[in-house]
Design a protein around this ligand. Sequence first.
Ligand SMILES: [Zn+2]
Ligand SMILES: [Zn+2]
Length: 447
Amino acid sequence: MGDVQALKDQVCRRIDAHRDEIIALGEDIRVHPELGFKEFRTAEIVANHFSRLGIPHETGIAVTGVKGMLTGRRSGATVAYLGELDSVLVRGHPDADPTTGAAHACGHNAQIANLIALAYGLVESGVMDALDGNISLMAVPAEEYVEVEYRLGLKRQGTIEFLGGKPEMIRLGAFDDVDMAMMTHQTSRTEPGLLSVGGPSNGCLVKLIRYVGKASHAGGSPHQGVNALKAAMLALQAIDANRETFKDDDHIRVHPIITKGGELVNVIPADVRLETYVRGANVEAIVAAAHKVDRSLKAGALAVGATLELTTLPGYLPRLVHPGLVDVYHENAAALVGADQWWEPSFGAGSTDMGDVSHIMPAIEANAKGCIGTGHGADFMVSDPEMAYLMPAKVAAMTLIDLLVDGAARAQAIKAETTPAMTKEEYLRFMRGLAQDVVWKGDGATV
Ligand SMILES: [Zn+2]
Ligand SMILES: [Zn+2]
């Protein structure tokens, strides 16, 4: 025990030795936000630090992903620690990129600072020589499921298959030699406490919808047109009509937007587009709700005789939380910041592709304070650099040490007691099975 504590202290000291550099790095990434699958600058920063530390690594995985590997004295287990490279897009944010609108409005810049701080701590302390397992440090692209049209373009080119970074990295085999995974997401929640883990969360499906009608003079000859906007409006009402059938425990969220409502005010809309997610707490509930959404979309087309073009894309799976990993993390969080600084995990109605990882291996997504404001809002910012950029790296290091000391006993016990919800192959088959393109004529014919 004394030895283990000494290892933890040594790693934390090395993280502290780089305090100013790590804070500057987190702040630098904060003001250079990049959207998913375009995080070339941020990925290069990660790769440069890995090179400086002599960490063997691959770059360009799923466009911008970086995977480093630190090997222990034995290979009893391999634990991955992840940091997300991308930002979200919030045009009114003070740090928003004036051209792209990208802004780090949920703190992924801190995740990369955590990842690099952890790398310095683990390498410079020499702790790997005392561990009986490996640690993979991964910078992962495109957690935010945004710019769908752009990513579909990448898909058509064959650059990606899935529209999220971790699903792509799973597909490409980056997790094949990993037994369990963890990461930290910053949070601006206002309740007391400094650290916890994210609870179970919603997964989601993504739908791109186009109604094709018939253009005609809106004043002179509307009777000759087919109004695609009316089809869309009816569909939205039909979706709302289904809400009372959603069970509370399933946490279904359907939140469509109209991205194109027509061309000109004096022309009957012939091309109207919508997007929606269908979120839910479990896969069955998501699929069932998505069926009702599809039915509603068809109802709009049927009513006015429009054609529905419907693209369904796999989103992210619900996040599963491994209790054994939570225990190890909780112990170390309490040791570092105090037992009273922990809050109990609760359900999250958002979605993350860490859910996908959690379906194929034990995983946790820790939550750390240090930020204030509204997540994905213009007022989100880092308020406590020490807490946001450095503290999570220390708890992660301590957790990794506990998992991998003593013959990697705790990591091996977690492996032994866990049957993942899906194998990688089952996961890929399931995700591919969700993807669908349907053209449905308002007269009932499917082509
Ligand atoms: Zn976010
Ligand atoms: Zn995020």
